[in-house]
Ligand binder design. Structure first.
Ligand code: 4NP
Length: 156
């Protein structure tokens, strides 16, 4: 088998959006029988929540869609920019920070995940300060659409 491809999902805290994106990616890989072809992880830009499980509302959203997922937040490291083929940010602020942190000449392609959204909704906004679950479900659906479109784009 060819060497594995790799994808790292990033957001600010690694407790809301990037865990949802990682769980969705793993689930879609399973649906496509590609789980052995990829190494997948998620990480934070900030250090506030390192070692914590995802936000309860993120876990509820993931579970409601029948996906099993566990993760402890970690902060992105310099090495990640050479370990991973793709690093996906969720909003413009994430992308600015990723570009600032990337060592010169590092291998990872830095991509706004929502740029693949066929419904043209490219910013996956931070639902952390919301009262309810709605923003988490919206994030989930944006991730499903964008990740399917991203994987489809690799077939050509
Ligand atoms: P995330 O959401 O980046 O989607 O994990 C956030 C979680 C925590 C904070 C900000 C965003 N925070 O400031 O603590």
């Amino acid at each position: 088998m060819a060497t594995k491809q790799s994808a790292l999902f990033i957001c600010l805290g690694n407790i809301c959006r990037s865990p949802i994106a990682e769980a969705v990616f793993q689930n879609i890989l399973k649906e496509r029988d590609l789980q052995n072809d990829w190494h997948v992880d998620s990480a934070a830009l900030g250090s506030w929540h390192v070692g914590k499980s995802p936000d309860r509302r993120a876990m509820n959203t993931i579970k409601r869609h029948g996906i099993e997922y566990r993760h402890k937040a970690r902060q992105i490291q310099k090495d990640d920019f050479n370990q991973f083929d793709y690093i996906f940010g969720k909003d413009e602020e994430n992308m600015r920070e990723l570009k600032r942190l990337a060592p010169t000449g590092s291998k990872a392609k830095l991509i706004l995940l929502g740029s693949f959204d066929p419904e043209g909704d490219p910013i996956i906004r931070d639902p952390y300060y919301d009262d309810g679950d709605e923003g988490f479900e919206k994030c989930f659906q944006q991730c499903v659409r964008s990740i399917n479109a991203f994987l489809d784009s690799l077939k050509n």
